[in-house]
Write a protein that binds this ligand. Sequence first.
Ligand code: NAP
Ligand code: ZN
Ligand code: ZN
Length: 349
Amino acid sequence: MITANARATFSPEGPFKLTTIERRDLEPHDVLIEIKYAGICHSDIHSARGEWGPVQYPLVPGHEIAGIVSEVGSAVAKYAVGDRVGVGCMVDSCRECDSCHRGEEQYCLHGMTGTYGAIDRYGQYTQGGYSTHIVVTEDFVVRIPDGMELDAAAPLLCAGITTYSPLRHWGAGPGKKVAIVGFGGLGHMGVKLAHALGAEVTVLSQSLKKKEDGLRLGADHYFATSDPETFKELAGSFDLIINTVSAKIDISAYLSLLALDGTLVNVGAPPEPLSVDVFSLIGHRRSFAGSMIGGIRETQEMLDFCAEHHIAPEIEVIAASQIDAAWERVLASDVRYRFVIDISTMENE
Ligand code: NAP
Ligand code: ZN
Ligand code: ZN
């Protein structure tokens, strides 16, 4: 067993405490990664606070992991010691079902293995990236392109792929009007990626407080959803809307902003059900869809796309002792635009 230092929460209320966790000894296809940075995703908060269902504590969240390979198993072919790599929301899947064969391991018919809070094929409870080391099978590790900083790479492993995948799947590109609802961690990546793909991008945020940032990061338009005029002015105008909001919103109001044949893709994952007025769908042959992260192949494609287009998230690097405070700021929509933990501070007070 390999012992790693980690920050864990021991109850839904927290706080985070320094602890140690065990990582399995390397199987032939495993790599040991020395984690350098871990992003803070709103999903960490939903999960650790038990909003999505019961959780076993202590829990070490973190599924936006960037680090360096420090050891490889005897049969590892893809990575070598010293390689700069990333791990996202999943660390394994069955690899035999139709979804896995299609490279959409996130939709594994037997359930993918989450990076934390899941039971893996060895019967162990998985623990995430708020830690110094992780052992992952090479097939669920991606390569961080040369020239991309590790701290900025981390949020791409969830916020990046979760917005890239639906933008690609629903054809965001030149001539398409795309709206991003919620300008937080996922939302700001959605704006950058949709802009790079050539779409006309609109941000729908609760207020105009972050408008300057939105326009600077690639949005063509920025509207406040607190203003009822927004819904009148934009009615029927978008081909694609990506909803990244972490809370329950009036989804029918947003569906009314879609053009004929438009699609609203929900990636935000509030614990409460959203209710849909079917008339907001049937009137213009609209679709309401969902999307979850992206497969390993597509995650690598997204990283390479970001490197090629010089896309990086806007990050605020924090010490491990600041996780609780950072979570409170995420909950207050006061994040610009992703917190990233510097894992070298793991043992500091
Ligand atoms: P985040 O940084 O907190 O961003 C969420 C944004 O939603 C906020 O910045 C805020 O934007 C808006 N918002 C928050 N509360 C709101 C409310 N009550 N009403 C209206 N808007 C509100 O969170 P994130 O890390 O981007 O994650 C967003 C959601 O996506 C979470 O639910 C997370 O679990 C989920 N997620 C899903 C996947 C997937 O695979 N589908 C992957 C990752 C995350 P404004 O300030 O601009 O209004
Ligand atoms: Zn996430
Ligand atoms: Zn599968």
